[in-house]
Design a protein around this ligand. Sequence first.
Ligand SMILES: O=C(O)CCC(=O)C(=O)O
Ligand SMILES: [Fe+2]
Length: 319
Amino acid sequence: MTTSNFPLLSFQEFLTGSEVEKRAVAQKLYNAFHTYGWVYLQDFGITKEEIAEMFAMSKKYFDRPLYEKLKQTLNDAETNQGYTPDGAEANGGTDHKECYEHRRLSNELCPTDQELTNFRVFMDDFYAKCFKLSVNVLQALALVMDLDMDYFSSALAKADPQLRLLHYMPIERKIIESAGHARIIPHTDFGLCTLLFQDNVGGLEVDPFHTGKFLPATPIEGTCVINVADLLQRLSNDRLRSTLHRVTSPPLEKVGNDGMLPARYSTAFFVHPSADVEIDPILRDGEAKKYESVNAGKWRTMNTQKNYSNLLGGSALKV
Ligand SMILES: O=C(O)CCC(=O)C(=O)O
Ligand SMILES: [Fe+2]
């Protein structure tokens, strides 16, 4: 049934099956992450209706006037919470998107109930569902990697991952396709893994083997995409692949006669361990270590800072 370039896997038996069934799903997940770094997951415990509601809430958030959103602009790489306007995130190119980052411990730059009814409660709840799914996905990997079953739940015990709402505004195709521009430029994610929900517009592409050949990660209804990110690649000493991806023009039939791309919405959940966790490669017998140990908190702040080239000392984006 897969129409995509990447494996599609039901997670149901990992969530409710026998030990043997759980292990079989875990092995398939591991294989997909080993070969491609990407998988489409089905039956993962968040319903289609909940995802549709999340997208409706995201649209309401971005539909507000720019000056309202700018009042709650992300202003600190470590806190990494709030709104970022078109062009704020740029690391070697220009993105054309706006984002909102939500966390579980501190959301001072979140719209109040007066500003956007029910937004905070809804996002806290959706966040909790993503968090639970992330722990399950990582526990599946732990099973295959011969790690302690609570290796990841304890690495995530005090973690504060980040739920990111993304809005790619309608834009002329020729801008997106000019050198150095994209809806989001090629990058790898830098946490452990990322859950991604996308609408049906398309344009997400992955270069699984880093050959420069990007393959579409076509939207498939009822799925979310999960990709390996840099910390998991480091932890697995390159057995799991953190691959380049980007968002570019959708298929031509989605582009208007006037050359305009339609708006696109997606939502990512960047899974980061607790800030005090050290990520040191797990080696198999005789294997050479490919990475030094890194502190997860410092790693996250450093990479966030790099992405917002003008976010110096935590204040440059303040309005
Ligand atoms: O919008 C998407 O589909 C991808 C977003 C993404 O890669 C990111 O925010 O890191
Ligand atoms: Fe990404």
